[in-house]
Design a protein around this ligand. Structure first.
Ligand code: XMP
Ligand code: MG
Length: 185
């Protein structure tokens, strides 16, 4: 890893301006759909925290936020298929209109597990807002989010909350890492 985060990036996939437009569109739609519902935005830590901070400010109706931490990727780039709840919600979701906000839907295993869990706690509704959805050829995810920011190719991406080995979350855009960055590890 060199001194500047930028120099480890092969290409920018989604610019700051594009992110702002995506988030504001999602916020407008949620504001219309949940006008009288006081939705609970469930932010999946850590990756979604920057997205959720922006999304909440793009929502113009009352809403609440709570956080949940799960681990599915560890420090590497491959999905383990195992989802551990590291930190649970503090909010009672019974009767609540829940929107799970996720940074990225890859295999969808993490989100499918979370939706099932929150449904099981008698939420009034559970929907998913995924900032990014990875398009994986020949693969159909186990759930389709109600709200999708945009689609990305099947590459490992970083920035805007998304990490590689806990780094690069503070990049203000979404990009693809240079392959040699993984090789260094
Ligand atoms: P699944 O496969 O369960 O994975 O949909 C979802 C979680 O895995 C992380 N993930 C990524 N993180 N760059 C990242 O920094 C990626 O390209 C990527 N793909 C998946 C992410 O935390 C997500 O919640
Ligand atoms: Mg991660």
């Amino acid at each position: 890893m060199s001194g500047r985060l930028d120099s480890d990036i092969e290409k920018v996939l989604i610019s700051e301006e594009e992110i702002a437009a995506i988030v504001s569109r999602l916020g407008e739609r949620i504001s219309v759909d949940y006008a009288d519902k006081n939705p609970l935005i469930v932010s999946v830590l850590r990756g979604a925290f920057i997205f959720v901070a922006d999304l909440m400010r793009a929502i113009t109706v009352p809403c609440n936020v709570d956080f949940m931490a799960v681990s599915s990727y560890g420090d590497g780039v491959k999905s383990t298929g195992v989802v551990n709840i590291v930190k649970d919600l503090s909010t009672d979701v019974a009767g609540r209109y829940v929107i799970i906000a996720e940074d990225i839907l890859d295999t969808g295993l993490t989100l499918a597990r979370l939706v099932e869990l929150i449904r099981g706690r008698d939420a009034a509704s559970v929907e998913v807002c995924a900032f990014l959805v990875k398009d994986i050829e020949g693969y159909t995810a186990p759930l389709s989010p109600k709200y999708v920011g945009t689609h990305v190719p099947n590459e490992f991406i970083v920035g805007y909350g998304l990490d590689y080995a806990e780094g690069y979350r503070n990049l203000p855009y979404v990009g693809v890492l240079k392959p040699e960055v993984y090789a260094e590890k």
